[in-house]
Design a protein around this ligand. Structure first.
Ligand code: BTN
Length: 329
């Protein structure tokens, strides 16, 4: 079984060595366990090193696990993830055009709910309103989660909001970070954008077929890494936390938070999440302009209601909106 599947053998060898960190293992013993030859084990260790794992060999040729790379390998993401649904199945890539595009195809093909699509780099990362999401190699987080919620299409914006709450909680777990949710899809640190959410769905008039939640996070960019057009508006968690962030650990925390928020949403809509959204809300009590197509509405934000709509006190009275682009000046 393992001789035909070197990746699977490498995963299993890693699992065995990781169970006893620092302790050496004789490759012959591993060969017996997996019913392969010693050469297969040496090959598996070579593959693991290729993936970025540090595995030490002593003078007898016995191996010990030393450390794992901070790369989005499915083995690393799954390791002690402990979720029930989200990220149980993972498609991890080096470079793709857009994880949302791949996720939509996988969702149409019926992969399990909670499937995660992730890449180290995107060449055509999609942002909202036809914009591009800047996705440089190995410094950010670019992923999409596939869901099949039994909801009416009008409830879909709630999924963006629960994602925002999960992201805000994850970012807030790093010291000294002033994280805010800018309704409906942006996450800010000190007023600058650190993450964005692009929720795409396939639906009939009264039924959602699938939802793809795309999440882009600037994780380890330094100020100088941002291109000129983003320098004044973007930031990263690393800049906010003043330290390098372990991206796999960040992703795992986010997936666990997302799972909790999604479970609560399925049970009782945004009831629970709304409290968090209000706690993190960047727009509360601010004077804003909301652009919906060609229409612009001005007023003061007074609430985000139970259905996730932005409630604005306008010149024409109090109104609630479920979409649009907000500016604060
Ligand atoms: C925004 O405009 O703020 C939303 C950005 C969403 C970007 C993410 S990166 C992973 C996923 N794949 C995409 O092509 N876009 C989303």
């Amino acid at each position: 079984m393992y001789t035909r599947n070197p990746e699977l053998l490498a995963d299993k060898v890693l699992e065995k060595m990781r169970a006893h960190p620092g302790q050496t293992t004789d490759p012959l013993k591993l060969a017996k366990v997996f019913k392969v030859t010693r050469e297969h084990i040496i090959g598996a260790v070579g593959l693991l090193r290729c993936w970025g794992y540090t595995i030490r060999a002593d003078r007898h040729g016995h191996y010990a696990f030393v450390s794992a790379p901070d790369n989005f390998l499915s083995t690393e993401i799954s390791y002690r993830l402990n979720t029930r649904l989200i990220g149980k199945k993972i498609y991890a890539y080096q470079t793709v055009q857009s994880t949302n595009a791949i996720a939509s195809q996988l969702a149409s093909a019926g992969v399990p709910e909670g499937t995660l699509v992730i890449a180290e780099h995107q060449t055509r990362g999609r942002g909202r309103l036809g914009r591009e999401w800047y996705s440089p190699n190995k410094v950010g987080l670019y992923c999409s989660i596939i869901l099949y919620p039994k909801i009416h299409p009008t409830q879909a914006p709630g999924i963006s909001l629960l994602t925002a709450a999960a992201l805000a909680d994850t970012i807030a777990s790093y010291d000294d970070i002033d994280v805010k949710i800018k309704w409906p899809n942006d996450i800010l640190i000190s007023g600058l954008k650190v993450a964005g959410i692009l929720t795409e769905l396939s639906a009939e008039i009264d039924r959602v077929e699938y939802v793809v939640v795309g999440v882009g996070v600037n994780v380890n960019q330094k100020r100088a890494d941002f291109p000129d057009h983003l320098k004044d508006t973007a930031t990263s968690i690393r800049i906010g936390a003043k330290e390098n962030i372990l991206r796999v650990e960040f992703l795992q925390k986010f997936l666990r938070n997302f799972e909790k928020e999604y479970a609560a949403f399925k049970k009782s809509g945004l009831q629970e999440t709304r409290k968090k959204i209000l706690k993190y809300s960047y727009l509360q009590d601010k004077e804003i302009k909301l652009k919906i197509g060609r229409k612009v509405i001005s007023g003061i934000v007074i609430d985000i209601d139970r259905t996730g709509q932005l409630v604005i006190d306008t010149r024409d009275g109090i109104m609630a909106f479920n979409a649009g682009e907000v500016s604060t000046h």
